[in-house]
Write a protein that binds this ligand. Structure first.
Ligand code: HEC
Length: 101
C-alpha cells in the first residue's frame, strides 16, 4: 500500500509535465485573450493578432518560454492577471497555436 502510494506520487509530476497548461481552462483563456491581449498584437501585425503566434520567427519555442511570454505581456498590462488566468491563457494559446507537448 505504501509502495503504491509512493509510485503514484512520483508519477504525478511527470504526468503534469507531459501536458503543458493542462490545469488551465482554454475557453476562459480565449475570453481574456480577446479582451486584454489581442488588440495590442493586432496593432503590430496588420490587424491580425494571431500572426504574432504563427510567424516563422516566433519567440516562444517551448511551453516554458510560452509561459514566460505570457508573464512578460501580463507585465505590459500592469500585472493585472492572476496566475490562474495566465494558466488559462497558456491553455488557450497552446491548444490553438503552439501545440507544445
Ligand atoms: C502593450 C502591448 C501588448 C499587450 C497588451 C500584450 N502583448 Fe504580447 N506581445 C507584445 C509584443 C510587442 C510582442 C512581441 C515581442 C517580440 O517580438 O520581441 C508580444 C509577444 C507575445 C508572445 C510571444 C509570441 C511569439 O513570438 O511566440 C506571447 C505568447 C504573448 N505576447 C502573449 C500575450 C498575452 C497572453 C497577452 C495578454 C495577457 C499579451 N501578450 C498582451 C505586446 C503586447
Amino acid at each position: 500500500m505504501k509502495r503504491t502510494l509512493s509510485i503514484l506520487l512520483c508519477t504525478l509530476p511527470l504526468a503534469a509535465q507531459a501536458a503543458p497548461f493542462s490545469g488551465g481552462n482554454a475557453a476562459a483563456g480565449a475570453k481574456i485573450h480577446a479582451e486584454q491581449c489581442n488588440a495590442c498584437h493586432a496593432a503590430r501585425f496588420q490587424d491580425d493578432g494571431s500572426k504574432i503566434y504563427t510567424r516563422a520567427d516566433r519567440r516562444a519555442k517551448n511551453a516554458a518560454s510560452l509561459a514566460g511570454w505570457i508573464t512578460t505581456c501580463n507585465a505590459n498590462l500592469g500585472n493585472k492577471l492572476f496566475p490562474e488566468e495566465e494558466a488559462n491563457l497558456g491553455a488557450f494559446l497552446n491548444q490553438k497555436f503552439y501545440k507544445f507537448k
